[in-house]
Write a protein of this length. Structure first.
Length: 298
C-alpha cells in the first residue's frame, strides 16, 4: 500500500484516490516528499481544496508545506494551508503566498496514522503543492534548507532557484516592461523555471513598468484599488492593489506607468535573490501591513 493519498473537493463532494505524481514523490530513511501536478482551482471539475493524506508515525519530527504559483507577478494571491493529525485535530494552519511556507514541529501528543495536509483556495488560479515530513528532525536547524530548487529562509520565506546554466542572457536590460515582460524577467530561459531573481536586472537597478489597465475596481472594506493587467503568456489577468480609492485618477484603458527598485532580499551559496520594492510592500501587506501607496512608485 502507498504511504500517501491525494484527493480534492469537486463542488461539495470529497474525491480521494491514488494518483501518479510522475516521480514527484520520494520516501527514504530521512524524509518523505510530495509534489502535486499543477492544479487549477475552482474550474468545475476542481473545487476549492486539494489534500494529501500521508502516513505519519512517531518517527516523524517535523512537517513543511507550501504552495507555489507559476506566475511570479501574481503577488497578492494566497492559499490556506491546514495540517490535521490522525484524530482530525488541526495542529497548524496559515494563509500564505507563493513566497511563504508553513513549518510544524510534531508534538508528542499528536496522534499517529493518516494525517491530512490541506491546500485551500477560493480563487481560480493554478498552484503546485508541496508537502514534506522529516524523521527525527525535531530541531528546526536540522531540517534541510533546500529541496527541489527551493531555499527555505528566515521568517517562513521561500525562494526558488535553478541549477541550470546562467540565467543572465542579456547585457542591457529593456527600458520599459509590461506585465508579460516583467513576469518573464523571473523565468530562467535555460529551463523555463520560475526563479526569485531577474533575468536582465540586478539589485540597485530600476525597472520601468508600463501597461494598459484592462479593469479597475475599488473595495471599500479593504480601502484599496485593484488594477488589472493581462499576462499574455499564461493568459491570466493579474490584479495589483494600492491603498485608497483611486477611481477618480485612473480608468480602464489608461496606461499606468510605475518605477520599481530592484532589491537584494537574500543570498544562498552564490545566488542573490531579488525582488521589487512594490512586491515586498505587497508581501508585507499579506503579513498585516498596509497596502502600498501608488505615489511611492511614480
Amino acid at each position: 500500500m502507498n504511504w500517501w493519498k491525494i484527493g480534492w473537493i469537486i463542488l461539495s463532494d470529497y474525491v480521494e484516490k491514488l494518483i501518479d505524481l510522475d516521480g514527484q514523490s520520494e520516501k527514504d530513511s530521512s524524509w518523505a516528499y510530495l509534489v502535486s501536478p499543477s492544479i487549477e482551482y475552482n474550474t468545475g471539475d476542481m473545487g476549492p481544496e486539494v489534500y494529501f493524506r500521508p502516513e505519519v508515525d512517531n518517527s516523524v519530527g517535523s512537517i513543511r508545506m507550501h504552495g507555489h504559483r507559476i506566475i511570479f507577478v501574481d503577488i497578492f494571491t494566497q492559499i490556506a494551508l491546514i495540517l490535521s493529525d490522525a484524530s482530525g485535530d488541526t495542529v497548524s494552519q496559515a494563509t500564505t503566498g507563493t513566497n511563504q511556507y508553513m513549518f510544524y514541529t510534531k508534538k508528542a501528543g499528536d496522534s499517529s496514522g493518516t494525517w491530512k495536509a490541506q491546500f485551500v483556495s477560493t480563487e481560480t488560479y493554478k498552484w503546485q503543492l508541496y508537502y514534506a515530513h522529516y524523521y527525527n528532525a525535531n530541531a528546526r536547524s536540522s531540517v534541510p534548507m533546500t529541496e527541489d530548487g527551493f531555499y527555505f529562509g528566515d521568517n517562513n520565506r521561500v525562494y526558488q532557484f535553478s541549477v541550470a546554466e546562467s540565467y543572465r542572457l542579456n547585457s542591457l536590460p529593456p527600458e520599459v516592461v509590461d506585465m508579460t515582460q516583467l513576469n518573464a524577467q523571473f523565468i530562467n530561459p535555460a529551463d523555463g523555471k520560475t526563479v526569485d531573481y531577474l533575468k536582465d536586472f540586478n539589485a540597485g537597478d530600476q525597472v520601468h513598468f508600463s501597461d494598459i489597465i484592462i479593469d479597475i475596481s475599488y473595495d471599500a472594506t479593504e480601502d484599496a484599488t485593484t488594477f488589472y493587467f493581462t499576462e499574455d503568456t499564461y493568459e491570466e489577468n493579474i490584479g495589483w492593489k494600492f491603498a485608497g480609492n483611486l477611481l477618480d485618477q485612473y480608468s480602464a484603458g489608461d496606461v499606468l506607468n510605475l518605477t520599481f527598485d530592484v532589491l537584494n532580499v537574500g543570498n544562498y551559496q552564490g545566488i542573490t535573490f531579488e525582488s521589487l520594492d512594490y512586491f515586498e510592500a505587497a508581501y508585507a501587506h499579506n503579513n498585516g501591513a498596509a497596502y502600498p501607496n501608488i505615489q511611492d512608485y511614480q
